[in-house]
Structures are given as C-alpha cells and as structure tokens.
Design a protein around this ligand. Structure first.
Ligand code: SF4
Length: 376
C-alpha cells in the first residue's frame, strides 16, 4: 500500500485525506460542523478536514470556559500562503470566545536546527511575521507571542520530556533524524503544553491548528501529556488539521523549501502576477480539449488560490470549480481573475502590515513582560 507520508520537516505528500483516519487516527471534522454557529471558510469549504478532540475545545467554548489556541511559525522568511492558513485558523478560533487566549511561538530553535538560521537572523524575521498575523486579524489583547529560545518554561519542559522518551519512540514518530531535530520536537511539545502550566492558568483545553503534515508533533505532545499527567495535570491537546495547499509549480505542498511553489504575503503584486501567470494548472493541452473534457481543478494550484484564500464566498468557489470542470472556463481568464483578487489582497495587506510593525514590537514586549512576571 502506498502510505501517505507526514513529514513535518520535509516534503509531505497526501493523496487521500480520508485515509489519514485509518493510518494515523485523525478524525473527520464534518460531524462537528453543526456545533459552529459561524463556520470559517476553512470549515465550510472542507479545508479544515480533520481533528483530534476538537469537541473538548467546543465544550469549553459553549460553557464559557477558558481555552488556549496554540500554534507557531518557523521564522525562516516571508509569511506564505501555507503559513497564512494556520494564522487564519488561529484568528478564527480566537474570535469564537472572549475566553480564548492565543499562544504564538516563534520556533527559532527549530529554524536553527532545521535551516541553520542564527537567532539574530530569526529575531528580525519574527517581528515582521508577527505584524503579518496582526494584519490578518489577531487580537493582541488576548495573545502571547514569544521566541522559543527565550522562553525558559519551554526549555525546561523540553528537558523534562527528554527523560520520558527514548530514541526508539522518536524514531517511530519521525524516522531517523539528527538529534537537533529531535530536540526541536521536544521543545515544540513544550510550546504546546506550556499554556497549561499553573502560572499560565493551569490545565485547560488547548487547540493546535496545523497543516496535516505536522501531525507527528501533535502525537508526540499528546503522548507526553498523558505521560506527565500526574505531575502537571496536562489535558491532551486538541488539534484541527487543514489540507496542504498545492505549490504554484504543481508540487504537493506550497513550501519555503521550494521557492518556485511559493506565493508570499511579501510579494510585490507585480511578482505575484508573474508567478500566477506562469503557474502550473489543471488545464488541458488545447482550448478544444479543455472545452470538450473540462479542466481538472483538483490538481490545479490556481483553483487552490480561490478555494483556500481569495474567493469572495463559497458560491464563488463552486462557480470556479464547476465552470472549470465543465470546460466553460479557460485557464487564461481564470488566472486573470485570480490575479485581480490576489493583487487587491496584497495591496491592502501590505498597507496594513507596514502600519502594524510597531504593534508587533509592542505585542512582543508586552508578552515578554507578561511571561516573565507570570507566577511571581
Ligand atoms: Fe485551473 Fe482555472 Fe485552468 Fe481550471 S480553468 S484548470 S481552475 S486555471
């Protein structure tokens, strides 16, 4: 059987999302949809397809009890559309309750281990990344942002966890890796479980929105939560998984590792336009064939631009899909429309993000002072 590969540090390839349930135990989101009064476009379009223990977070939400939304970014460069999906989920789940607190980790330890970037380099990138997520709608009043390498609690938890795992356990989850990546994984488990420490409000449901390829980190954190339940009272973290967006080059995943696949929130509209016009499509070789056979939106990254980010509403996604599949729509006009939507978004985002650099620095300083005084 050709098993799907979930590699948080490499090129993941997922051909059949429904199989992730039998292979990895990821449950479908669909049965929980009626519990959302205002589903996000990720939920209504099936982009968020899987979850673990999401109902625990929904219960907290329904009963007006505190919960945390935790995720992070590896500060290796510009925010791209794949990263934006996690950010959109964080903003959405934060917006559902005034009791929701966001913890946003800037994974500079992982950026060092995996990408060789110095802590000085990543600190500069981090501020811009934080301004991006603020521009996407994060409420800074209920958010804590920190650099992994500066947060002693994360380092301590990672060290504690290192005694509770064996090389074989890590190998079973991640495969054979360099020790630095195993360490980064343990610190990441520290990030995920930190919001439950007593000085940060104690045990509570924590939701981690991630791409499906990051599931190994969730499995490790859940194993460790169970293992250290007696010592810390940890509740296993919940997760919600989004599909991986196709790269513009037609690769399985938009990733910083494949520059040709990327569209970033930093791209000048002119560059973005060039990338879209040269993008791979699910179109046919000739106009005649496309009219006769229809296009293939399921393998088309231009369709993903509409579906994952830029379509005005769900009806618009359906329209693009059906017109493509029926051969009514041709790739040239389709790219042109996508280009207009991306251009409008980028122009507005750049303006907003640039005006929020000070807010980003303020949020990081406020978070630093909150975390250093917590529990004192
Ligand atoms: Fe992709 Fe649009 Fe062409 Fe369909 S018409 S294959 S969605 S670019």
């Amino acid at each position: 059987m050709n098993r799907d590969k979930l590699d948080p540090w490499g090129s993941s390839s997922i051909k059949d999302y429904s199989r992730l349930q039998s292979e990895f135990g990821i449950e479908p989101v669909a049965p929980l949809l009626p519990r959302f009064k205002r589903p996000s476009h990720h939920l209504s379009r099936g982009i968020d397809f899987g979850q673990r223990d999401l109902s625990r977070v929904l219960d907290a939400m329904d009963n007006n009890r505190p919960y945390a939304v935790m995720s992070g970014i590896k500060p290796t460069g510009d925010f791209h559309l794949g990263t934006k999906m996690t950010a959109d989920d964080m903003v959405y789940f934060q917006s559902l309750s005034t009791k929701a607190m966001v913890f946003y980790a800037v994974a500079d330890v992982e950026a060092y281990a995996d990408n060789g970037l110095s802590f000085e380099q990543t600190a500069k990138i981090a501020t811009r990344n934080v301004a991006d997520i603020l521009a996407l709608g994060l409420d800074p009043e209920r958010a804590v942002v920190y650099l992994q390498s500066e947060e002693l609690r994360v380092m301590r938890l990672g060290t504690v966890f290192s005694k509770g795992v064996t090389n074989n356990m890590l190998k079973a989850i991640y495969g054979e890796r360099q020790i630095g990546l195993y360490m980064a994984a343990l610190f990441q488990a520290g990030d995920i479980l930190m919001p439950q420490l007593p000085e940060l409000g104690g045990p509570k449901p924590v939701l981690v929105p991630v791409g499906a390829d990051q599931d190994p980190h969730i499995r490790l954190a859940r194993d460790l939560a169970a293992k250290y339940h007696e010592d810390y009272g940890f509740i296993p973290p919940s997760s919600v998984y989004h599909r991986l967006m196709l790269g513009l080059s037609g690769s399985d995943k938009m990733s910083k590792r494949a520059a040709a696949s990327l569209l970033t929130l930093d791209d000048p509209p002119k560059d973005a336009s060039h990338k879209i016009s040269t993008a791979f499509t699910g179109g046919r070789d000739t106009v005649e064939e496309q009219r006769r056979l229809g296009g293939r939106p399921d393998i088309c990254p231009v369709f993903d631009l509409y579906r994952f980010h830029f379509a005005k509403d769900d009806g618009h996604v359906e329209k693009v899909h059906d017109e493509c599949a029926e051969g009514v729509r041709l790739c040239g006009e389709c790219k042109q429309e996508a280009n207009g939507l991306v251009k409008a978004f980028l122009e507005a985002h750049h303006k907003k993000r640039d005006s929020m650099m000070k807010d980003a620095r303020d949020l990081m300083a406020k978070s630093r002072s909150y975390l250093s005084s917590a529990g004192k």
